[in-house]
Design a protein around this ligand. Structure first.
Ligand SMILES: C[S@@+](CC[C@H](N)C(=O)[O-])C[C@H]1O[C@@H](n2cnc3c(N)ncnc32)[C@H](O)[C@@H]1O
Length: 463
């Protein structure tokens, strides 16, 4: 028999009603293994293997979806390193990707540069010159020193700092824009390997050799010198150039650096027949911390870090409401924003969870998870409403996302977003569960028992 109250003794009625409504569309899809869906599938894929963008899609997933649906124009409003637009573009499909972090977009653009115009021999030559510069004993002037922010300080050994500065100096002298972009990507993508850090869950984890005051001692194992890691990456990139020319030559997907919360508004009605996307999950994962080294390499100072974190889709406890800004964005035509806010305000399951969390606010590990959930669903309501405006009748949205749980309360993200989708002109056809969900945190498990949280891929078809 279904429980009538939640682990905190609150109502579950709203969530049960939503589950009842969608239950005939929820199925386990055995083909959607972690490897088939996520970055793990890209480890050997030319171009996409240059950066370990762990949050990325696998090439195989996007290829399969495009094969099945044969769209003419594809959108990804959360494009990451551009897997969707790159793969779609390689099949001759018009493709647009919007991504707020320049880190991923630079890799995506470097792949298109490599595919269009960069000659293998020119890249080999300039790579050799860069490695030659690293082996010289002449230090780079101070202006080329890596500009650290608080969360990256002490990430590199002294030798690595010196080598990075030499590389920055060398890259600045390369006149050819595409070659320079490729060299910069090569350097940026080895920063984690040569550092005392490891991308891990919500934060960077630090190796004890960094000398930082740490709560837990982590030993990352051998850390390669910068020139070795860079040499290996440059070799890999050189090897990939010819393959990329064959696979991606002639394509130019539109890769936009910006927030989809204002950029989608500028796209024309019914201009896409498919969206393949994965937004940040509502799980407190902070991309700006995970990609701190890469952002600092790109010149982000403390203020720009804080700014970027606020502009990203609300998914951390630091995010504050964007409503005032959104009202400005939608000033001329507020209809879609008002509808989206209405969908959020009338969504019973969200407010059921928020009411319980508010009642237990003193017991939460961080009370700002309430603000996180409010922001996340308000903003995702806008994204879903925009998709409803942008996708042509008969078109499809595929969305990959995880459910979350706070203080033992299940937040059925899949059902809530599918409810928004059905109010925005879509039929929710499928909510495919990955065969393995995600366990709850050990803290929550101790208190509320073991519970697997659904990881899903949704398929919504525009009426
Ligand atoms: C789960 S990842 C998507 C990865 C992508 N599917 C790929 O293959 O690389 C979510 C992405 O959304 C981006 N993001 C967060 N807030 C955004 C916003 N407001 N507008 C556009 N992109 C945003 C993050 O930087 C992150 O790269």
């Amino acid at each position: 028999m279904e429980p009538v109250t939640s682990p905190n003794g609150g109502s579950v009625q709203g969530r049960h009603a939503l589950h009842e409504r969608f239950s005939n569309r929820i199925t386990v899809n055995t083909e959607l293994t972690r490897k088939a869906v996520s970055y793990q599938g890209n480890r050997r894929v030319p171009g996409l293997r240059w950066m370990k963008y762990k949050e990325g899609f696998s090439r195989g997933l996007v290829e399969r979806l495009i094969e099945e649906h044969r769209p003419r124009a594809v959108l990804d409003p959360f494009a990451g390193i551009g897997t969707t637009p790159l793969i779609a573009g390689s099949k001759g499909i018009q493709a647009t990707g919007i991504e707020i972090m320049p880190v991923g977009v630079l890799v995506g653009k470097a792949i298109t540069h490599a595919a269009n115009g960069v000659s293998k021999s020119a890249f080999e030559a300039v790579s050799g010159d860069l490695l030659g510069r690293l082996s010289s004993n002449v230090h780079a002037p101070a202006e080329f020193t890596f500009s650290h922010v608080d969360i990256t300080r002490a990430a590199f050994s002294e030798e690595t700092e010196l080598a990075i500065a030499k590389a920055r100096q060398f890259n600045s002298t390369v006149g050819d824009y595409a070659l320079r972009a490729l060299l910069n990507v090569a350097c940026m993508t080895v920063l984690e390997d040569v550092s005392y850090t490891r991308k891990d869950g919500q934060y960077l984890r630090w190796d004890y050799r960094s000398g930082r005051a740490l709560r837990a001692r982590m030993n990352k194992g051998p850390i390669p010198p910068f020139e070795h890691a860079l040499g290996a990456r440059l070799f890999e990139m050189t090897q990939d150039i010819e393959v990329l020319k064959r696979e991606y030559g002639g394509i130019s997907p539109d890769l936009v650096v910006g927030s989809c919360l204002d950029s989608m508004q500028e796209l024309n009605n019914a201009s896409f027949d498919m969206a393949i996307t994965s937004p940040p999950y509502a799980n407190r994962y902070d991309y700006t911390r995970t990609y701190a080294l890469e952002l600092a390499w790109l010149g982000f100072d403390q203020a720009r870090f804080a700014d970027l974190r606020q502009q990203m889709l609300s998914a951390t406890v630091e995010n504050k409401t964007k409503l005032l800004w959104l009202r400005q964005v939608y000033k001329r035509e507020p209809g879609l924003l008002n509808n989206a806010i209405g969908m959020y305000q009338n969504q019973a399951a969200i407010h059921e969870v928020l009411a319980i969390l508010n009642k237990h606010v003193g017991e939460l590990s961080n009370r700002h998870v309430i603000r996180l959930l409010e922001g996340y669903f308000q903003e995702m309501a806008i994204v879903v409403a925009e998709l409803g405006r942008l996708i042509r009748p008969g078109g499809t949205v595929i969305m990959v996302n995880d459910n979350v749980q706070y203080h033992g309360e299940e937040v059925p993200v899949d059902l809530i977003l599918s409810d928004f989708a059905e109010q925005s002109g879509f039929n929710c056809e499928n909510i495919w569960m990955l065969p393995r969900g995600k366990g709850n945190s050990s803290q929550q498990m101790g208190r509320f028992g073991r519970r697997e949280i659904r990881k899903c891929v949704y398929r919504w078809v525009r009426e």
